[in-house]
Design a protein around this ligand. Structure first.
Ligand code: NAD
Length: 251
């Protein structure tokens, strides 16, 4: 099994994770044979239009996702990422498309949640910041925002996740860019894992990394859409591969 050489103190590691890195924790991915998009329509449960059209259906779906996330535990892949961060400190950045919070529960701290967090909610109308919320909204009435009640039509509470057609936080994109650009030339390692490589902007990070002469690595069960951009491809489960790849002992 190959091990990443991160011994040079100038080397920086950026890791992009997707739904596959939580699969070994029992959380279904979206695009697998038994994945969530086989049983649910993206338009209905992963767009703002779908939510406003049928918020009860939206909340049933996200309440089930909350139940799954709360029942799950971090797997060996999550733990290995937390361990390598412990060793690299500020030379490490984790960017996840996952909304389940399992990286943080494993101990990761330098994490950008590109698509938000399932266990937070926000208002559909006002700009109150997202707040921690693990409640299940499976029955009517659905929750209204308590902050903008003075409006003629107060907002509804919605999951604080980024749906298709919604923008990623500019500050998150800037942090990714800054981290990659601040690596001395020849000292950036980009690793993607558990992602089908079709959802932008994350799927294009590997192209940005290549422009900066990064070494590019992929860990995935099967070749994703953007496999051609990676120099090193390891096919398999992240929970099995990460501990050896990072040279950390499974705990
Ligand atoms: P995806 O479902 O499109 O693709 C998952 C990829 O992971 C597949 O290529 C699959 O081959 C691979 N995979 C499955 N098990 C694996 C394992 N054990 N180790 C390594 N690879 C494995 O996921 P995506 O690319 O992240 O895009 C889907 C979107 O769905 C994201 O925007 C994300 O926000 C959301 N999502 C999040 C979660 C979560 O938070 N856990 C779960 C489902 C979907």
């Amino acid at each position: 099994m190959q091990t990443l050489d991160l011994s040079d103190p100038q080397t920086r590691l950026i890791v992009l994770t997707g739904a596959g890195t939580s699969a070994e924790s029992g959380i279904p991915t979206y695009r697998a044979m038994n994945g969530l998009w086989r049983t649910h329509s993206i338009q209905e449960v992963a767009t703002a239009y779908g939510f406003l059209n049928d918020p009860a259906l939206g909340w049933r779906f996200y309440s089930e996702r909350r139940v799954d996330a709360l029942a799950a535990s971090p797997n060996a892949g999550h733990v290995a990422l937390a361990d390598i961060e412990e060793r690299l400190g500020d030379r490490f950045l984790l960017v996840t498309q996952n909304i389940d919070g399992l990286h943080q529960r494993a101990g990761s701290r330098r994490v950008i949640e590109l698509h938000g967090n399932l266990l937070h909610s926000r208002c559909t109308v006002c700009d109150r910041p997202p707040f921690a919320d693990d409640r299940l909204y499976q029955e009517l009435p659905l929750p209204l925002c308590e902050v903008c009640t003075d409006r003629a039509a107060p907002g509804m509470i919605r999951p604080a996740v980024v749906w298709f057609g919604e923008a990623i936080q500019g500050a998150d994109m800037a942090r990714v860019e800054k981290f990659m650009e601040s690596a001395p030339r020849g000292h950036l390692v980009f690793l993607a894992a558990g992602t089908s490589g079709v959802v932008t902007p994350a799927s294009a990070f590997v192209e940005d990394a290549k422009r900066l002469a990064a070494a590019t690595w992929l860990v995935n069960l099967e070749p994703p859409e953007n496999v051609g951009y990676f120099q090193n491809v390891l096919l398999g489960a992240s929970g099995a591969i990460f501990p050896a790849l990072f040279g950390v002992t499974p705990g």
